[in-house]
Write a protein that binds this ligand. Structure first.
Ligand code: S3P
Length: 182
């Protein structure tokens, strides 16, 4: 296997994509990019404000545009996407074509625990969080499955351990990927 240009982390909110991605990027000596942070920087607004003022469809358009730009870059990076980045068919195709896609899995109970104090995510600004997370899982799980090259269950493991495991697996699958060894 050739060194993948980009390593793209997908999965639901609370799967640990950003924390794991940062640790993985460090281990592989690559740049880390957080898609949500890029969108906020580009829009000059927090995600919650984009949802509130422009609506979810506008956020999804920004997400798609930013993702396309990042995946077109030559410099290989580790990219943490937002939980809904797989909703767009074109984005799913691009992620698979231009990157090695890793699905970080998490169950709804664990999401509820990890996100209990979160007040930033607009899709969780509602009293029935559990039902909302189940509905999102039902709609999105097939999309995560069809997009990913590799799946890792994060329920029992810390992001640092997942990143170390992932870095080791990627180096075996693709020695050209390099990076610092523990
Ligand atoms: C979303 C997930 C969030 C963020 C936005 C929408 C989603 O990212 O992109 O609030 O649709 O699941 P995280 O998965 O990093 O929380």
């Amino acid at each position: 296997m050739q060194a993948p240009a980009h390593i793209v982390l997908i999965g639901p909110m609370g799967a640990g994509k950003s924390t794991t991605g940062r640790a993985l990027a460090q281990a592989l000596e690559r740049a880390f990019v957080d898609l949500d942070s890029r969108i906020e920087h580009r829009a000059g607004r927090r995600i919650a404000e984009i949802f509130e003022h422009a609506g979810e469809a506008a956020f999804r358009a920004l997400e798609r545009t930013e993702l396309c730009e990042l995946l077109a870059r030559a410099e290989p990076c580790v990219l943490a996407t937002g939980g809904g980045a797989v909703l767009d068919a074109g984005s799913r195709r691009l992620m698979r074509e231009r990157g090695f896609v890793v699905h970080l899995q998490v169950d709804v109970g664990t999401q509820l625990e990890r996100l209990a104090d979160d007040r930033d995510r607009p899709l969780l600004a509602r009293p029935d969080r559990e039902a909302a997370l189940h509905a999102m899982a039902a709609a999105r799980e097939p999309l995560y499955f069809e997009t990913a090259h590799l799946r890792i269950d994060t329920t029992q493991a810390e992001p640092a351990a997942i990143a170390a495991d992932l870095a080791a697996r990627l180096r075996v699958a693709c020695p050209a990927i390099g990076g610092s060894h523990p």
